[in-house]
Design a protein around this ligand. Structure first.
Ligand code: 13P
Length: 255
């Protein structure tokens, strides 16, 4: 069974690994994907900032893309500790994860800030992977659709994105790093909801072609059932992307 949209399997290495480990892992992933020569899926890895160039140099760019885990929206300036989209691009990266729940939680990132980051990424030719997702108390109080609607609409409303220069990742906070993934049905329900929101903000064509990834405890043993869902176009993988054996099995999902 073929998927409607080209899938994207992305690894978020978070704040883990040494330079040697990043290079080794990137090479192993690249070797695997180069052999498989998939036509129906893309692969991306997002190492910590200091290792972006090392990761770019370790992969075959025809088969594996590299992304940053964050960026700042200004082009340059006195912003100590920040990294601009131009710099990310200059390192050879092509994607940038924006608005991960850990950035929202620990670094107080708001939709207003994230809108600027997404705009800056797109105008510099980077593909943002914009993350949204509710907390457990939102879901328990049946507010999960309201929360995700606000995250999607407030950040994306005024941006002229296309389906090929923006990716959305639904990552319910309660599923991240917990070992409890959203069920394929729960994820599918939210992905369809997000797709309909995109249709309202932009148009039907964009909403039908934009890729919506699922993230939160994706593992080799649940990827196949998640990817069987019509509106799940890929995965944003944390912990399991740090082990070549696990991540390559996720990349090699079977539906
Ligand atoms: P885990 O796969 O470790 O749950 O992390 C998901 C995530 O946050 C990816 O961005």
């Amino acid at each position: 069974m073929a998927k409607k949209r080209k899938a994207l399997i992305a690894g978020n290495f978070k704040m883990y690994l040494s330079s040697e480990e990043v290079k080794r892992l990137a090479r192993a992933i690249s070797d695997f994907v180069s052999q498989k020569k998939y036509e129906d899926r893309d692969v991306m890895i997002a190492p910590p900032f200091p290792y972006l160039m090392a990761a770019v140099d370790s992969v075959n760019p025809s088969f594996v893309s590299v992304g940053s885990q964050n960026l700042y929206f200004e082009k340059e300036g006195a912003f100590t500790g920040e990294v601009s989209p131009l710099m990310v691009k200059d390192c050879g990266a092509t994607y940038s994860i924006i608005g991960h729940s850990e950035r929202r939680k620990y670094f107080f990132e708001t939709e207003e800030l994230l809108r600027k980051k997404i705009t800056a990424a797109i105008s510099n030719g980077l593909i943002p992977v914009y993350c949204v997702g509710e907390k457990i108390e939102d879901r328990n109080n049946n507010r999960h659709f309201d929360v995700v609607k606000r995250q999607v609409e407030e950040a994306l409303r005024e941006i002229n994105f296309r389906s090929d220069n923006l990716v959305i990742a639904y990552e319910p906070v309660w599923a991240i790093g917990t070992g409890v993934n959203a069920s394929p049905e729960q994820a599918e329900e939210m992905h369809l909801f997000i797709r309909n929101l995109i249709s309202g903000i932009r148009d039907k064509n964009i909403s039908e072609n934009i890729r919506i990834l699922y993230g939160g405890s994706v593992k080799p043993d649940n990827i196949d059932s998640l990817m069987k869902m019509e509106n799940i176009d890929g995965a944003l993988v944390g912990g399991a992307s740090l082990k070549a054996e696990q991540f390559t099995r996720i990349i090699d999902y079977r539906i």
